[in-house]
Ligand binder design. Structure first.
Ligand code: SF4
Length: 364
């Protein structure tokens, strides 16, 4: 059977059904062929260095109610916080001093003016205060603050952010509907991706793997969506059930399918790498939440970005989108040493003091 996998991997172009066959491959030999092909394509197109983005989860206040998310507005079991500017700037300076080169500012979604002003001012301050000989324009900034109007995206871009993450979670509108209240539409999310591109951002998106009723055909369509929307950066992760959400009844099913979902997530990374070649792909913390070596495995399957957690220790446990998030009892220094060792254990090295932009974007 793996002869068929070899034949598909030798093709120049894949069809949707090729993608489905690769996603359905479960033999160790077949999976290793897919992984090895992904790794060599990564090496050839973008090299083996790993880019770091320090992740600061600066607020867990969210006005949305996504059914799968631990910080959804209806969850009363967490303490809401928004970090002080000073704390965020301190984390950003620490990030620059370690040579990370870039950070991600992430929060729940809000559209009120106070929030927009907060983000714009933070971006400006971080850009200014992290300038150095090594980073003359300051840290590279990726924003992950949800759906906004085109005008607001432009304000963020003009302030100095140049990458934006907005996950679609699934490219299947029906599955999307099952995961979100009616007010949150798939159509609007995709429209936001268009706005981000028009404004000039490097655009990242991503999906969850192992959603209820999701098929490997859906996942093949997700990969095709990334291609059709000319996406620059991808962050995919397994669907992990959170106990304080309306989907918590799926916990037993999740436990039974955990290994399958984990392997499918790694195959998604590899097949996306093979198909799209020069995009940035993150090895997400959710992989490590499933299995301790999950992030290293993501790197071996073709990912090239890691996002170490820089959120101050005192609030980490209040920002859990899914259960079992790792590193919530660590300090940033511990994470730094740990991440570097973890990356080097895969035979890869960290690229310090660079933005690590998506080659797919710079090739356009
Ligand atoms: S997934 Fe994002 S938008 Fe949805 S509830 Fe969670 S933080 Fe808010």
């Amino acid at each position: 059977m793996t002869d068929n996998i070899t034949k598909i991997l030798e093709k120049k172009e894949f069809t949707r059904s090729d993608l489905v066959i690769l996603l359905n491959e479960n033999s160790p030999d077949g999976i290793e062929k897919i992984r090895s092909k992904a790794y060599s394509i990564m090496k050839e197109n973008i090299g083996e260095e790993v880019f770091l983005r320090g992740l600061i989860e600066f607020s867990n206040v969210c006005h949305n109610d996504c059914y799968y998310c631990g910080i959804r507005k209806s969850n009363k079991n967490i303490k809401r916080y928004t970090l002080e500017d000073k704390e965020i700037i301190e984390s950003a300076l620490w990030c620059a001093e370690q040579g990370y080169g870039s950070l991600v500012l992430q929060s729940g979604e809000r559209q009120d003016k106070a929030f927009i002003d907060l983000v714009v001012n933070l971006v400006k301050k971080i850009k200014k205060e992290t300038r150095s000989d090594k980073l003359p324009d300051g840290l590279g900034i990726t924003l992950c603050v949800g759906e906004q109007s085109k005008d607001i995206y432009k304000q963020f871009f003009d302030a100095g952010a140049h990458r934006y993450l907005l996950r679609i979670e699934t490219s299947n509108p029906e599955l999307y509907k099952n995961l979100h209240p009616d007010l949150q539409s798939f159509h609007n999310r995709v429209k936001c991706l268009d706005y981000l591109k028009e404004v000039g951002f490097q655009v990242g998106t991503g999906v969850m793997i192992g959603l209820p009723h999701q098929t490997t055909e859906d996942l093949a369509d997700d990969i095709l969506f990334f291609k059709n929307y000319d996406i620059d950066m991808i962050g995919m992760g397994p669907f992990i059930v959170h106990k304080d959400t309306p989907l918590n009844y799926l916990f037993d099913v999740y436990l039974k399918k955990k290994r399958y979902i984990y392997e499918l997530s790694l195959k998604m990374i590899a097949i996306t790498r093979i198909f799209l070649k020069d995009v940035n792909i993150a090895s997400t913390t959710a992989l490590q939440a499933m299995y301790p070596m999950g992030r290293e495995a993501g790197l071996m399957f073709g990912a090239n970005v890691i996002m170490p957690l820089l959120t101050p220790n005192k609030v980490r446990k209040e920002y859990q989108l899914y259960d079992g998030k790792p590193c919530i009892d660590e300090f940033s220094n511990d994470c730094f040493d740990c991440i570097q060792l973890r990356i080097e254990s895969t035979g890869r090295s960290v690229a310090f003091n660079v933005y690590g932009d998506s080659k797919h974007f710079t090739h356009k």
